[in-house]
Design a protein around this ligand. Structure first.
Ligand code: HEM
Length: 153
């Protein structure tokens, strides 16, 4: 089963972290330069509405497969190497940040866009942009720790 768990684990990472990096580093600057607030904010609601269901799947699959591997390989949390503890801690932080983004600023963004309140929408989008930036960096850091950790920690 571990081969299935690691495959699902890494696929979730690719979709979640890859999606964030693409949106934040490559899509956002072009959209910001080319679209006015009404089109830009509507576009982001559409993009997040497509992307966030995949993030929901990832935040369920990552801990589920992660703990399944922990208990099948090391049997107990007290025996796992340091890099797994770091992955677990930073991964949990990423999940909390996503849940906050989903339930607070994303909700505000949707309400602002349907009320055509562009300044409020812009504020909510700024908050999402900052937090997705933080989660992208955390995600890349966790990938480094997770893949290099067994040789270092
Ligand atoms: C949330 C709780 C998480 C737990 C409990 C967990 C646990 C694990 C475990 C047990 C492994 C197998 C390690 C090994 O065989 O040496 C693993 C692999 C991996 N994890 Fe996590 N993980 C979690 C979240 C994450 C997150 C959020 C990311 C990235 C953003 C991530 C990235 C990876 C990667 C890239 C590997 C493959 C490492 C390799 O085989 O080289 N994990 N994880």
């Amino acid at each position: 089963m571990n081969s299935l768990y690691i495959a699902l684990h890494v696929l979730s990472v690719v979709v979640w972290v890859g999606g964030m990096v693409f949106a934040h580093r490559f899509l956002r600057p072009v959209v910001a330069a080319q679209l006015e607030p009404p089109q830009r904010l509507r576009l982001w609601v559409g993009i997040f509405s497509n992307f966030f269901p995949y993030v929901w799947a990832a935040i369920i699959v990552l801990p589920a497969t992660g703990y399944a591997m922990i208990f099948s390989i090391w049997q107990s949390m007290s025996l796992v190497p340091l890099y797994i503890h770091i992955m677990n801690g930073l991964g949990s932080l990423m999940i909390v940040i996503f849940l906050y983004v989903y339930f607070v600023p994303f909700d505000k963004l949707k309400i602002a866009v349907s009320a055509e309140n562009w300044p409020a929408g812009g504020e909510a989008l700024n908050r999402i942009r900052f937090l997705v930036g933080v989660n992208s960096l955390l995600g890349l850091l966790v990938i480094v720790v997770a893949s290099g950790g067994r040789f270092l920690l």
